[in-house]
Design a protein around this ligand. Structure first.
Ligand SMILES: *[C@@H]1O[C@H](CO)[C@@H](O)[C@H](O)[C@H]1NC(C)=O
Ligand SMILES: *[C@@H]1O[C@H](CO)[C@@H](O)[C@H](O)[C@H]1NC(C)=O
Ligand SMILES: *[C@@H]1O[C@H](CO)[C@@H](O)[C@H](O)[C@H]1NC(C)=O
Ligand SMILES: *[C@@H]1O[C@H](CO)[C@@H](O)[C@H](O)[C@H]1NC(C)=O
Length: 474
């Protein structure tokens, strides 16, 4: 295990800055070197092709079916649903499935209307040419269906379906592949949680990681702005990214209203009832909070960070949309950690212009900064928290704190009643989080209930660096 001792947590958290950055550089440089070597080896046999390939690349007309011979059992079209990070995981699963079935994948459609009303498409968020070419040894990916198959789209005769959630590869082989062979083109209108976490051959688990951590690169527009923010933050020292999921949609959806006034609680309930597919029933916020199913409030989060002895002068980048209740609700957090920043305070309006009305592009920016940060803290175990956690493990087990809402509200409520003093609070919170810091651990399996297993993308252990390599606990 990670070997973290409670007494060490303080020095870990307070003193990560330079050491951590140094480590990061070393890892980065090694990876780069390896990549270069691989590229040279890959290209070597087809030297004569390289110049043509490069010309094609630069003129944006990439021949996506070069040299390679693919077995093709048909075409798979997908509409990725959910927020950015849910779509991202779904796309990784679909690439693995397409390879397993030897089908040609069409560049995913992002179903932005399903959650965030964002019209951004795949190529607005991800570098589509890189996605296609970096995976060309694994799967054939096309930007569009070939003309012949495209006629079926016009005729509206594409077979559309939702694959079953949490299916294994047998399901795709025995149920889906015959359909694809029969129909030639099959369209999945949902991609979230369609592939099980465990029991997948290692080659395909590794492919899921290759897509997630290598092939899915953000567009240069997004990457540049992300880099700019990271640079600004680094100039001023270490920084913590706080995924404070305290946004209106989250609160309305969950039915949680701790700390809200009556007007606000009413507003949240109305929104929940007005949104199709959201639970239209009475929800007891207090009970839900007690069992840890509510996103932590900014006030609770402030106490949690203080109890973990996070340096009060550290920069905290808030990776979220608008915090419900605005500055009024941020007051306690700001009082405890005055160096609170967000993209809107770091950048000029003009820098953020391309991102306006594109919540998925903004989420991409936050993702970049979350990956780079010295410490990442999530207040709610949603898709962003899970994917960032896995990615940071992949980068060498960077400190990633998943706050335990049930433990925290329990401790905080006892503190407020006077049943605990501050030292006891701090001790309980540290002990409770000692193994919630993103260090190596076994992914929990529950074969009869895949929904309750640890998520593959939060701990992709088949793809992680050997333990001890980056250990800071000695
Ligand atoms: C896919 O192609 C590989 C390599 O040619 C082959 O071993 C495998 O059996 C094929 N699978 C399917 C489902 O066609
Ligand atoms: C499309 O529909 C037209 C008219 O219904 C039909 O003649 C044609 O064969 C169809 N094409 C395909 C690819 O299904
Ligand atoms: C997906 O397609 C199936 C079959 O056409 C349909 O019943 C289902 O409602 C669709 N789901 C979504 C999310 O569009
Ligand atoms: C409740 O919160 C809203 C803002 O979210 C504020 O405008 C209003 O004054 C508050 N009401 C009371 C009674 O504090």
């Amino acid at each position: 295990m990670g070997g973290i001792k409670v007494e060490k947590i303080k020095s870990w958290i307070v003193g990560v800055s330079l050491f951590d950055q140094f480590n990061l550089c070393v890892v980065g440089a090694t990876t780069l070197l390896l990549l270069c070597i691989c590229t040279v080896q890959l290209r070597a046999p087809s030297k004569t092709m390289t110049p043509r390939f490069l010309i094609l690349w630069s003129s944006q007309h990439i021949d996506t079916t070069p040299q390679r011979v693919y077995e093709n059992n048909g075409y798979l079209m997908i509409s990725a649903n959910g927020g950015l990070n849910q779509m991202r995981a779904g796309i990784c699963d679909m690439v693995a499935i397409a390879k397993y079935l030897n089908v040609t994948l069409v560049v995913p459609e992002l179903d932005g209307t399903s959650l965030w009303h964002d019209s951004s498409q795949f190529q607005d968020i991800f570098d589509v040419n890189y996605f296609i070419t970096s995976l060309r040894d694994e799967v054939r990916i096309l930007k569009q269906l070939p003309d012949e198959q495209k006629r079926r789209v016009k005729n509206d005769s594409i077979y559309t379906m939702e694959p079953h959630s949490w299916s294994n590869l047998d399901y795709y082989y025995y149920q889906i592949l015959p359909k694809i062979k029969e129909q030639e083109v099959v369209h999945f209108n949902k991609t979230d949680f369609r592939l099980v976490n465990n029991g997948i051959p290692i080659e395909f688990q590794k492919l899921r990681c290759q897509v997630n951590y290598e092939a899915l690169r953000f567009t240069p527009t997004i990457a540049e702005v992300g880099k700019k923010i990271v640079k600004l933050l680094r100039q001023r020292g270490p920084f913590l990214v706080l995924h404070l999921r305290y946004e209106m949609d989250m609160l309305a959806f969950s039915g949680c209203n701790e700390g809200c006034n009556e007007t606000e609680a009413d507003e949240l309930t109305k929104l929940r009832y007005a949104t199709p597919w959201w639970r239209q029933k009475v929800i007891n916020s207090g009970l839900k909070r007690k069992v840890g199913w509510c996103p932590l409030t900014p006030e609770e989060t402030a106490l949690a960070l203080q109890a973990l002895d996070i340096d009060p002068s550290i920069q905290i980048y808030i990776a979220s949309g608008n915090i419900y209740g605005g500055e009024r609700r941020m007051a306690a957090l700001r009082a405890a950690f005055p160096n609170l920043v967000k993209k809107e305070t770091l950048l000029a309006n003009s820098d953020l212009k391309p991102f306006r009305k594109h919540s998925n592009m903004k989420a991409a920016l936050d993702y970049i900064i979350a990956i780079e940060s010295d410490i990442f803290v999530a207040t709610y175990g949603g898709n962003m928290a899970k994917l960032v956690q896995g990615h940071r493990r992949y980068l060498g087990y960077k400190i990633t704190i998943s706050l335990d809402a049930q433990l925290l509200v329990n401790v905080i409520d006892r503190y407020k009643k006077g049943a605990l003093n501050w030292d006891e609070v701090s001790q309980e919170v540290k002990t409770g989080h000692a193994d919630q810091m993103g260090s190596p651990t076994q992914r929990m399996e529950v074969p009869e209930n895949p929904m309750h297993e640890d998520y593959f993308y939060s701990n992709p252990q088949e793809c992680l660096p050997p333990v001890g390599k980056n250990s800071k606990s000695t």
